[in-house]
Design a protein around this ligand. Structure first.
Ligand code: SF4
Length: 143
């Protein structure tokens, strides 16, 4: 049986369609992060960008998001340091030479497996407009 493309191609070798299919729509890259000034460590919060629709689990302005949120990343154009992506992210996993997890939709063939695995931000995130001080929202287990 043929090996799946994510096992045989590098990220750079993937087609647009293959690249896009790697995103499991977890929304974790849409969580705000804080850089610790002393250690440089990237700390994830449970505060999600206001453009993210927690009901649907997607960015509501995906095509123009960088115009609206200038520091929003386009992974295909500017791959960030890996610690800026959650450890569950398919792009980070493959860049680190790891495998996709069983709950990834390309493996499970189920779009809701990300939610069932507790990986989707839909089950725990708070919209930024509801947050007063983001420093109170660092979540140690989100890396
Ligand atoms: S963290 Fe990775 S898999 Fe999750 S939404 Fe962002 S790009 Fe997609």
């Amino acid at each position: 049986m043929n090996e799946p493309f994510w096992e045989t191609k590098t990220l750079r070798e993937m087609s647009e369609e293959e690249w896009e299919s790697l995103c499991d729509r977890c929304g974790r890259c849409c969580l705000h992060k804080i850089a610790d000034i002393d250690s440089g460590e990237i700390l994830f919060t449970n505060v999600v960008c206001d453009l993210f629709d927690l009901g649907e689990g997607r960015c509501t302005r995906y095509r123009i998001r960088q115009r609206l949120v200038p520091d929003c990343m386009d992974l295909k154009k500017e791959f960030p340091p890996l610690d800026w992506l959650p450890a569950t992210c398919a792009y980070r996993l493959l860049a680190e030479g790891k495998h996709l997890p069983p709950w990834h939709p390309l493996i499970s063939k189920q779009s809701d497996s990300v939610m069932e695995a507790g990986v989707s931000v839909r089950s725990f995130a708070i919209p930024e407009k509801q947050v007063e001080d983001i420093r109170n929202h660092v979540v140690e287990t989100l890396r």
